[in-house]
Design a protein around this ligand. Sequence first.
Ligand SMILES: Cc1cc2nc3c(=O)[nH]c(=O)nc-3n(C[C@H](O)[C@H](O)[C@H](O)COP(=O)(O)O)c2cc1C
Length: 277
Amino acid sequence: MPTINLENCIKCMLCVNDCPSDAIDIEQGTINDNCIHCGHCVAICPESTVFPDEDVIKKLNPNTVLPGDFQNLSARIRTCRSYMKKEVDEGMLYLLLENMKHYPSASNARPVEISIIKAKEEIQKLNDSTARNLINTIRIFTSPLLMPILQLLAPKLDLRRLNNYKKQFIARQVPGSSLVCHHAPVVLLFHARVTKYSMAAADANIWATYTSIYANTLGLGTCFNGFIVSAMSRSKAMRKEFRIPDGHQVYASLLVGHPKVKYINEAGRAKPKADLI
Ligand SMILES: Cc1cc2nc3c(=O)[nH]c(=O)nc-3n(C[C@H](O)[C@H](O)[C@H](O)COP(=O)(O)O)c2cc1C
């Protein structure tokens, strides 16, 4: 629980008014257990008199990222599927993990845990199990028995394309190939306990997105990996093999490494359809 030092408190009420759970009694200098540990009271206090649950008060630097900088950064960050053999050193991984304390989470529940896969043979295993799982799943959908029924019931499922994709994938899937992990030196898995009401999937994807942006500012390349997420959701054996705790689900996966390629031109892509109500 954050603590308030009433001695220096000027009763400006900024913390009380900003608290999302009405947990602060400023007369008593107490915070009750409605507190969701978001730290807004610490962040807003002009007298640095509200202390965080953990750590000390650190003053933030003024924001120096201009809108144009962010636009340029967003345009420059592209999915990386081509990595140098160079390892990502532990210092960089530490930075990526350390910064996660700043990322938002529904109700500030912070359920997301990270598995870092760095051993080359483990990444190859992850690649191969995911590829196998993907091929087997497409095989079921495109089996001569199920395909005509599915085509009738779900015409929007482009099964012909899926079937071609499977054939292409199988043809390229040779020992040592890396069609899923693209020979990335690190794979991050963002997982959390499955509960009825949590928003862990959203949390995990937000954390992975921030991580991707931060990694890019460190000169790393990243690739979101939906294949791994889908395979992990279907395969208990895979979750066990990669030590995902019982009852957890992998909600996001990010390949990370030093990029071999550089993108220098902006991709002309359409803006999303938007509705002003
Ligand atoms: C949720 C999500 C899952 C993705 N899964 C994969 C994947 O499994 N394999 C892959 O190569 N790329 C994957 N991508 C990358 C997209 O294919 C990529 O974003 C798209 O091609 C556009 O390229 P860009 O990211 O460079 O703008 C994924 C992207 C997102 C957002």
